[in-house]
Design a protein around this ligand. Structure first.
Ligand SMILES: [Zn+2]
Length: 245
């Protein structure tokens, strides 16, 4: 588990944590299990960490991380609170990603979404270069007034301006075939959005990206198309208003 959450490279120096000796077929394990909150803190370390709660179980999976041997040695020997904060944040991100992967497995999605994503992906350069229909992005500004970085907000607004009308028209056509399927789809997106919001309160960047990641993983379609569609839902779904005030 600790190896897989690193994605194969040391979280501090990015070097590969598996290696093969020259001429050998065997793969060697080049990582060690490091305690984030020190296993046996010195009195100086305890004092330096007095603002941070010691974990209830020092050996729990939440307090350990795989590091390459040199980063592990450096972390323990030359313990710095700033490095502790950095490693804690990296581990928290790993835990959040693992939780999101579990959520992806739990939350299914209507098959109509394939058609919408394929439609987005199939737009030609000419179509994309065509001036976008008149579209008012002020709703997005209002919904995302707090909790989202300007860069992320800009991406969502750009996608909404380019794609909103096109996706909306396509969804209307789908609704004529099966109105309930589209409503179920919207409810699924809303549920997933709320699940992510509960896990990442006040962090709309994370929520947006986890929703897009879920759509992309479930459908095996590109993350780029999934982000465009998620931007559409930000504009279109009331649920994205929750917590905007
Ligand atoms: Zn390292």
């Amino acid at each position: 588990m600790l190896y897989s959450e690193t994605g194969g490279s040391c979280p501090l120096c990015t070097k590969s944590v598996l290696f093969r000796k020259k001429g050998s077929k065997r793969i060697n394990k080049g990582y060690e299990v490091a305690h984030i909150y020190p296993l046996n803190p010195t009195p100086t370390q305890t004092l330096a960490l007095n603002c941070y709660q010691a974990p209830i179980d020092i050996n729990s999976l939440e307090n350990v991380i795989a590091l390459c041997p040199s980063c592990h040695r450096k972390y323990d020997k030359d313990f710095q609170v700033s490095e502790f904060i950095k490693l804690r944040a990296i581990k928290d991100q790993f835990l959040a990603e693992a939780k999101a992967r579990a959520s992806v497995a739990e939350h299914t999605i209507q098959e109509q979404i394939y058609e919408i994503l394929d439609r987005i992906t199939a737009l030609s350069s000419d179509e994309l270069d065509m001036p976008a229909p008149r579209f008012d992005a002020s709703t997005i500004d209002r919904k995302l007034r707090t909790g989202m970085s300007p860069l992320q907000k800009h991406e969502i607004k750009t996608s909404a301006v380019t794609f909103y009308i096109r996706i909306r028209d396509h969804i209307r056509a789908l609704e004529q075939n099966d109105q309930l399927a589209v409503r179920i789809l919207q409810n699924q997106v809303n549920t997933y959005y709320l699940t992510m919001q509960r896990e990442h309160p006040g962090n709309k960047d994370a929520v947006f990206n986890f929703v897009a990641q879920w759509i992309s993983t479930r459908t095996q379609r590109s993350l780029l198309a999934a982000k465009v569609l998620t931007s559409f839902f930000v504009q279109n779904c009331e649920v994205f208003d929750v917590g905007s005030e």
